[in-house]
Design a protein around this ligand. Structure first.
Ligand SMILES: *Cc1c(COP(=O)(O)O)cnc(C)c1O
Length: 398
């Protein structure tokens, strides 16, 4: 079959592929512990579900305005004021079918062939392909483990060319969990301030945050830059609503209008029922979020300590999100049954075959020295999974 060169240039999402593989193995009866999932293990809170049921029963099951209902836009506006001290009009908000869709739309409306987008690595798996699909050019900045996986102003400066259209900042980060402090953002802003570059702020892990400093994004932190920041967020991670598919962008009116236009020719509106649920999620008492976050933090503390206790593994403690990104390169070169482990994909295969543990190779995120483990699973699973990893590693021959 002859397929477009466009789709041939991209790869399937590796994290979704691993989830599918784990499900297939489980269906065969294998007792696999999954650290692959990029979604909270908690159920969607009951008040949010009820809002959706109510929407169905009230017949709120038809097309809505393409860029989201006024109701939901208003809830987003209130949220951005309440949590981020940012003010927007309805014309500056667009709701899409998940934040991934928001980011896809952004690339489609902003990029011309060859336009460069700076992506700090390790990066979320979808950024490069989203940019490539829009015929843009991803430009990677390899952040260092010693810098806590944060891009330095010098690194940012070096990556900028006259083709740079945008830089993506994902704080807290998937996969490293690194979060920029207000001071760190301000020093990056100094590099950007006199340049015609947009800042795409992927705030999806805003609430899953453990650092001493407060969460901020570039728009809040550096008001002079607000007109060039597109804030991207959604309900998936904060409210355990990955399946509902609601994400949104806030930013310059022209960009937002372009996204609505684009959406009018592909998805039309995000699901009407999910929009009602998202209004409830954003507007209700937020205490259930704190409960989830304190549970995540307990697991983080456990998993970081347990990983650091394995020979050849070094794990830094993330400031947010629900992933750890341990350096496992100390294990590379060891072998099992005559097969040498020479990188993250081989190590991941070994863990799945030998220990029935699933995780994601760091290579998928642009750093082969690491693997990503999601701790969005019960403490019991984490304990058992790490025990299995430890045993499997001890069986390797150096
Ligand atoms: C999960 C995730 C998203 C997108 O989530 P949606 O479910 O599409 O809203 C965006 N960015 C990062 C970094 C993520 O991990």
């Amino acid at each position: 079959m002859r397929l477009s060169s466009r789709v041939m240039k991209i790869s399937p999402s590796e994290t979704l592929a691993i989830t599918a593989k784990v499900n297939a193995l489980r269906a065969q009866g294998r007792n696999v512990i999954g650290f692959g999932a990029g979604e909270p293990d908690f159920d969607t809170p009951v008040n949010i579900k009820r809002a959706a049921i109510k929407a169905i029963e009230a017949g709120f099951t038809k097309y809505t305005p393409v860029g989201g209902t006024d109701d939901l836009k208003d809830a987003v506006i209130v949220k951005l004021k309440r949590d981020n001290n940012l003010e927007y009009e309805r014309s500056q908000i667009v709701v899409s079918c998940g934040a991934k869709h928001t980011l896809y739309n952004l690339a489609q409306v902003l990029l011309n062939p060859g336009d460069e987008v700076i992506i700090p690595a390790p990066y979320w798996v979808s950024y490069p392909d989203i940019v490539t699909l829009a015929e843009g050019q991803p430009v990677f900045v390899n952040t260092r483990e010693d810098d806590g996986f944060k891009m330095s102003p010098q690194q940012l400066k070096k990556a900028i060319t006259n083709r740079t259209r945008a830089v993506i900042i994902n704080s807290p980060s998937n996969p490293t969990g690194a979060a920029y402090s207000p001071d760190e953002l301000r020093s990056l802003a100094k590099v950007l301030i006199d340049k015609d570059i947009l800042i795409i702020s992927d705030d999806i892990y805003e609430k899953i945050f453990y650092a001493e400093f407060p969460f901020v994004n570039m728009a809040t932190c550096v008001p002079e830059l607000k007109d060039r920041v597109i804030v991207v967020n959604g309900v998936s991670k904060t409210y355990a609503m990955t399946g509902w598919r609601i994400g949104y962008a806030a930013g310059p009116e022209e960009i937002i209008a372009a996204i609505s236009k684009l959406q009018s020719q592909n998805t039309s509106n995000p699901t009407s029922i999910s929009q009602k649920a998202a209004v409830e999620a954003l507007s209700c008492d937020q205490c259930m979020v704190d409960k989830m976050v304190s549970e995540f933090q307990k697991r983080r503390d456990y998993i970081v300590a347990a990983l650091n206790d394995i020979s050849g593994v070094r794990c830094f403690s993330p400031e947010g999100a629900f992933y750890v990104f341990p350096n496992v390169s100390g294990i590379y070169g060891r072998s099992s049954k005559g097969k040498k482990i020479s990188g993250s994909p081989e190590f991941i295969d070994y863990l799945l075959d030998e220990a029935n543990v699933a995780a994601v190779p760091g290579a998928a995120f642009g750093n082969d020295n690491h693997i990503r483990l999601s701790y969005a699973t019960s403490l019991e699973n984490i304990e058992e999974g790490i025990k299995r990893i430890k045993e499997a590693v001890s069986k390797l021959l150096s």
